[in-house]
Design a protein around this ligand. Structure first.
Ligand code: GLN
Ligand code: ZN
Length: 761
């Protein structure tokens, strides 16, 4: 039996990769220095795994920026616009080329539009989307280049001779790419020719095992893609290589008949993501395959109850013997690196957790238990995991009861939208095409400094309040000057929209170093939802009330929605996600009530993450959307008809979830549409959006100042889809990453655009 990893976090326990990248990008280190740091990081990752008892080290899981971008470089499929800059020819590593694809720029100069970045399945990791075309793929000038990979393979030998190469498979690579004006599958034969060269070279280099990742098998592939899958692996000649077909994030039970007929030497199955009958799957597979079982959750931070895993594995080990391999469910990329660094967690809480390094240790404990046929050590180890499930710290009867007692009415506003709209119009007296923003205003260095000082206890609570209030006052005055209709307090007190609420909720914990890579050098440190959630005290009322006291115009309060808080956290695994979300929704609902009592007339509940929480399999979408929208509704339902509820989403591709968006029944929905030139609104051709809508009229991600004409033009387009009296005018997201100067100019133009259109009616 062997234990292995599909991949290890490359960012480093102290985010070494992040800091090396940023240094290199700032021009403060040379290419050689940067590459040496990466090499060191890889070595220490391998060493750590080796020390933890991992039998087969993954090679090829490391990336300077992203592993899909690595695959693009390896296959020689970098889009034309990035290639041909002088600097690319002076080294073998093509580092600047790589960063140009990822970021649109490189230290060597020359700017071009970066490739798109998008979410890696349902994780919070983002990959660089390959841009493919037949002309690119058939261009023989650009060749596959596996030298860097082979160099790493030989580097790893210093630590262990037992290694495997990790590579994204051709079907997944193609599926995740964008292809303009062609059917993706038309490109497959040429893509396979490139993969064939890679396989040949790996085989010639004496590589034994190739882990070929095909996570798209977790999707419900149509027959065309299923056939393509069969044909591809029937065609590829593996030479002396052994192929471990690797799947994760979902069960692949529905594709076993396709898979089993192909010339693989083994398969990796994620046993965590979805419940499935592993032994019946194994029975259907060829009886000489390696069966690698992903039995440790690669995407959370909880210690595993190894005894219960052992009980499942024991008969399988008896049956499979050497053919059984064990691994985490997926690459450990999605898990923080080392729990040992945490110094501020209390001792009991810490015993409940396991990060990447500890997960390797769990594998080796399991292996030992199976080999020795003894549970003693794992029984001891698992005590803490069991203690968590019965700990009083995670259970709050009152909260559980509140959720249990919910009835249909708790999810519904009292009146229908049309009636609410009338009452709100009377209460708020807004002009048509009202102007507003999405919530945050520029987070200046000063603001960050104030928060940091307060956290370090260098200033008193009182002083902190005073300084934040000064920021709020400034934001309100500026908005008045700009002439916006619905104002916001500006979110100066918030570092992050989930962290802010997480810190104020019971049942949520924070770590010091549990960073996980989000993309490139960006890492996130998700809160840990460990217990039943409740609100300790009002979370936003004071700031909102203060802002409102400064102006006659309505101030819109800002809350983060329950689905987003869930999606951007590590979540407890002992109760369903739906339950957790409802608990959060109740806490938000309490806040809504308090805001209303304090005189707030408009409340925005942000839900930028509804879409990304969707399950991998389409057949499971509806069930998820049902409870996700219900949770949002639960958080808003207490608002009386005269209180206007807004929500915001940072994307516009919701053709396929439009009914769910409508079901949120927010009075006003603001979305991102400016980049797509209002193309989003096409979704409304099939089904009209029934409530008010604020299609973002400018892209806050760009420092460019949008002209009045440009925004008038977009609003005119929007009016083809929605009547004027249901349209709002706003940017497409929060402004916290922008500076004040550009913000002021952009918003002034936006207000002018609204006024011009109003004048026409
Ligand atoms: N209210 C938040 C802001 O303005 C919304 C951020 C988001 O949508 N991601 O920053
Ligand atoms: Zn947004």
């Amino acid at each position: 039996m062997q234990i292995h990893n599909l991949g290890f976090p490359r960012i480093g326990a102290k985010r070494e990769l992040k800091f090396s990248l940023e240094k290199y990008w700032r021009g403060e280190s040379s290419q050689e220095e940067f590459l040496a740091q990466c090499q060191e990081l890889r070595q220490s990752n391998w060493q750590l795994q080796q020390d933890a008892g991992i039998d087969l080290l993954p090679v090829g899981d490391f990336a300077h920026y992203d592993h899909i971008l690595n695959t693009t470089l390896l296959l020689g499929l970098v889009p034309k616009r990035f290639v041909g800059h002088k600097a690319d020819n002076n080294g073998e590593n093509n580092l600047d080329l790589e960063f140009r694809v990822a970021r649109g720029q490189a230290p060597s100069g020359c700017q071009c539009a970066a490739s798109d970045m998008t979410k890696w399945f349902n994780t919070n990791y983002h990959y660089i989307v390959p841009e493919l075309s037949s002309s690119l793929i058939n261009n023989t000038d650009s060749q596959v280049n596996i030298k860097p990979l082979l160099a790493q393979y030989s580097d790893a030998k210093v630590i262990s001779a037992h290694r495997k190469v990790v590579l994204i498979g051709p079907l997944t690579y193609l599926h995740l790419s964008v292809v303009a004006d062609e059917d993706k599958l038309v490109l497959l034969p040429a893509l396979l020719a490139r993969y064939q060269q890679v396989l040949n070279q790996l085989s010639a280099a004496g590589v034994e095992w190739l882990q070929i990742d095909e996570p798209i098998l977790g999707l419900e592939l149509d027959s065309q893609w299923q056939q393509a899958f069969s044909q591809a692996y029937d065609t590829l000649e593996k030479g002396a290589l052994k192929l471990l077909l690797t799947t994760y994030f979902a069960s692949v039970e529905h594709h076993i008949d396709v898979i089993k007929a192909l010339p693989f030497d083994g398969i990796h199955l994620d046993t965590i993501a979805e419940k499935s009958d592993i032994s019946s799957i194994i029975e259907r597979l060829p009886n000489d395959w390696v069966i690698s079982l992903g039995v440790i959750n690669g995407r959370n931070i909880w210690k595993t109850d190894l005894v219960s895993v052992y009980q499942i594995l024991k008969p399988l080990y008896q049956q499979l013997g050497q053919r059984l391999w064990l691994a985490p469910s997926c690459s450990l990329l999605h898990s923080p690196v080392d729990l040992a660094q945490e110094q501020k967690l209390d001792q009991e809480f810490k015993t409940w957790l396991a990060f990447a390094k500890q997960k390797c240790h769990e594998l080796s404990l399991l292996k030992a238990a199976l080999l020795n046929n003894s549970c003693d050590e794992i029984t001891l180890y698992s005590e803490a995991a069991l203690a968590r499930s019965s700990s009083t710290r995670i259970h709050n009867k009152e909260v559980q009861q509140r959720v249990a007692c919910l009835t249909g009415q708790d999810y519904q506003r009292k009146d229908a939208f049309e009636q609410r709209k009338q009452v709100q119009q009377k209460a708020l007296n807004l002009p048509i095409l009202p102007t507003t923003t999405i919530g945050s205003f520029p987070q200046t260095g000063d603001i960050r400094e104030v928060r940091a000082k307060w956290r370090r206890r260098e200033i008193t609570d009182h002083e902190y309040q005073r300084l934040i209030k000064a920021e709020i006052k400034d934001a309100i005055e500026r908005q008045e000057e700009i002439g916006l209709d619905v104002l916001v307090h500006g979110e100066a007190e918030r570092n992050d929209m989930v962290e802010y609420f997480g810190e104020l909720l019971e049942g949520v914990a924070f770590t010091q170093f549990a960073w996980v890579q989000s993309y490139g050098s960006r890492c996130v440190k998700p809160p840990i939802i460990f217990g039943d959630i409740s609100r300790k005290k009002p979370m936003t009322v004071e700031w909102t009330q203060y802002a409102q006291s400064l102006t006659q115009k309505p101030v819109k309060a800002m809350l983060t929605g329950p689905v987003t808080i869930l999606a951007w956290s590590f979540v407890r695994d002992d109760i369903p996600r739906e339950q957790v979300t409802k608990q959060i929704a109740l806490a938000i609902s309490d806040e809504v009530e308090d805001l209303i009592v304090s005189g707030t007339q408009i409340i925005q509940i942000d839900e930028p993450a509804i879409r990304e929480g969707m399950p991998i399999k389409r057949s499971q979408w509806q069930e998820y959307l049902n409870w996700a929208t219900a949770s949002f509704c639960l958080s808003a339902a207490k608002a009386p008809s005269e209180t206007q509820i807004h929500t915001h989403m940072c994307y516009s591709e919701f053709n396929d979830i439009l009914p769910a968006i409508i079901a949120l029944d927010a009075d006003v929905l603001t979305v991102e549409t400016s980049r797509s030139n209002m193309a989003l609104l096409d979704a409304f051709e099939q089904q009209a959006y029934p409530n008010d809508l604020g299609p973002g009229v400018y892209d806050i991600h760009s420092p460019n100042i949008p002209s009045v004409e440009w925004m008038v033009n977009l609003l005119e387009k929007a009016q083809c889809y929605l009547p004027k009296d249901r349209l709002w005018v706003n940017p497409d997201c929060g402004l916290k990453t922008r500076g004040w100067q550009e913000t002021k100019l952009a918003l002034e133009n936006m207000v002018l655009a609204a006024k011009q259109l109003r004048a026409r009616s």
